[in-house]
Design a protein around this ligand. Structure first.
Ligand SMILES: Cc1cc2nc3c(=O)[nH]c(=O)nc-3n(C[C@H](O)[C@H](O)[C@H](O)COP(=O)(O)OP(=O)(O)OC[C@H]3O[C@@H](n4cnc5c(N)ncnc54)[C@H](O)[C@@H]3O)c2cc1C
Length: 434
């Protein structure tokens, strides 16, 4: 089979049909307008609709078109930043709540999958972080000790001579396992979330780009007028879940988020024996570099191998180049896959805040959640749910609301990431020296 520039996960699922009738009119008014039909928006829509709110989900493209159908399907504990860094930024008490929330995100996904009977191959297979340098491995010991002491959560450090039981690669200095993490098929999961939101009563509008949001009272009630490519609607509240695709309709948010490209290849189906050799415990695996690789077996036993092969958000050219860069990376890790064919390559856009933290809350009166930094499968689902509860008037525990949300140093960013080539070079340099 020739290499297809196409998202493999989308070949495994049919997305819900919401909008065959392109002219379907928008409702005149809703309680909540949700922008973006990914994990964040659909999880919020499901919670809101189940509690009786009138919800319209407005999606510029199609359900799951953004990162939510394109990712590695790793449902990961923890945050992108290490725990010592988190404690230095937020103190022990808030960091403890953040870490507890990161564990709760996995339970949140599992509960939804079970309640909604979503056939997305959810499995608590655990994750494995592998050390590219000896000093990275030495740091695992320290991290595991802090995490056990401060957060009462157990990670298992695997020395180099025992690593064979976890991974069929000899290039690493050791690893660290978290048994709580899980894997799933993200396209099936986002399709299932959409079905669940629709079943609960939310209306999903695809091909509906939101171009402007303005404050406008209606019948004495404060609210918002949204101008879309399908006409206008009024909403009492607006919730934005646009992640790495955040654009000029929410300029204040756009200036706080750096869109970064990430790319994935998947191989042909491996034999059972080869699959068992490369990943004996079927872990979700990523390495310790800044410019990292992440990889796993798909449920049908393909090697899925991803990384920031180019830093820019995806274009046909960057996707094509990534296929070869990632194949070389995969063979460095697994020389035994030298003759294995790569069948699919695709890319997507990640959302990084300047402090590499998730953020949620209200900005200029508009609710939002984003900044998942490659940890969004579980966190986006959780934030969608928590922010929906907040909009409904509950007081949910959410330690990511209200933390400082920094913009670019000296304000040198208007939403166009001119510095990404420099950032790419900088991270490669850091990987070389640290
Ligand atoms: C290649 C890749 C691999 C990844 N791997 C992992 C992983 O293994 N584990 C993990 O935890 N995370 C991973 N992530 C991150 C994770 O996929 C995201 O954090 C998560 O999907 C974000 O979901 P979301 O709903 O917030 O945004 P998205 O799924 O990106 O959805 C945002 C949507 O908003 C829509 N939109 C934007 N502007 C407008 C507008 N004006 N009007 C209407 N609609 C609009 C877009 O069309 C888009 O569909 C990965 C991401 C990528 C790109």
């Amino acid at each position: 089979m020739p290499l297809l520039e196409q998202n493999y996960w989308l070949t495994t699922v049919g997305m819900p049909k919401t909008d065959t009738e392109a002219a379907r009119p928008l409702p005149e008014k809703v309680d909540v307008a949700v922008i973006g039909a990914g994990f964040t928006g659909l999880s919020a829509a499901r919670t809101l609709a189940r509690r009786g709110a009138g919800v319209a989900v407005l999606e510029a493209e199609t359900i799951g078109w953004g990162a939510s159908s394109r990712n590695g399907g790793m449902v990961l504990t923890g945050l992108k930043l290490g725990v010592n860094k988190l404690i230095s930024m937020y103190g022990r008490e808030r960091t403890q709540r953040m870490y507890a929330a990161s564990l709760a995100t996995i339970d949140c996904v599992e509960k939804i999958v079970r309640e909604e009977k979503i056939a997305c191959d959810f499995s608590r297979s655990g994750h494995l972080e592998v050390a590219c340098k000896k000093k990275h491995f030495d740091d695992y010991e320290r991290q595991a000790e802090v995490i056990a002491r401060e957060f009462n959560h157990k990670l298992r450090v695997v020395p180099r001579d025992k690593l064979r039981s976890e991974i069929g690669s000899t290039i690493y200095y050791g690893g660290m396992v978290d048994e709580v993490s899980a894997g799933l098929n993200p396209a099936r999961y986002v399709a299932g979330l959409a079905n669940a939101a629709i079943k609960a009563g939310a209306k999903v509008f695809e091909s509906t780009w939101v171009g402007a949001i303005k404050r406008q009272a209606r019948e004495g009630a404060p609210g918002w007028r949204l101008a879309t490519s399908r006409g206008a609607l009024w909403a009492r509240d607006v919730f934005v879940g646009t992640s790495g695709y955040t654009g000029k309709v929410t300029p204040a948010l756009q200036k706080k988020i750096i869109p970064i490209g990430s790319y994935i290849i998947t191989t042909e189906i491996l034999s059972k024996a080869l699959a068992r050799k490369v990943s004996p415990r079927n872990r979700m695996i990523y390495d310790s570099k800044n410019y990292l690789y992440y990889y796993r077996l798909t449920p049908d036993r393909r090697m899925l191998f991803g990384g920031r092969a180019a830093f820019f958000p995806e274009t046909p050219d960057s996707i094509r180049k990534s296929a070869e860069i990632l194949r070389r990376g995969m063979i460095e890790v697994y020389p035994q896959l030298r003759d294995t064919k790569v069948e699919y390559v695709w890319g997507g856009t990640l959302d990084f805040a300047f402090d590499i933290m998730p953020h949620a809350g209200q900005m200029d009166g508009i609710h939002f959640a984003l900044g998942y930094a490659g940890h969004g499968v579980a966190m986006a689902t959780y934030q969608g749910q928590k922010m929906a509860e907040l909009i409904l008037g509950d007081k949910p525990e959410n330690p990511f609301v209200g933390i400082p949300f920094p913009g670019a140093p000296l304000g040198l960013y208007n939403g166009k990431p001119w510095f990404l080539p420099l950032a790419g070079a900088w991270y490669k340099f850091l990987d070389w020296v640290s």
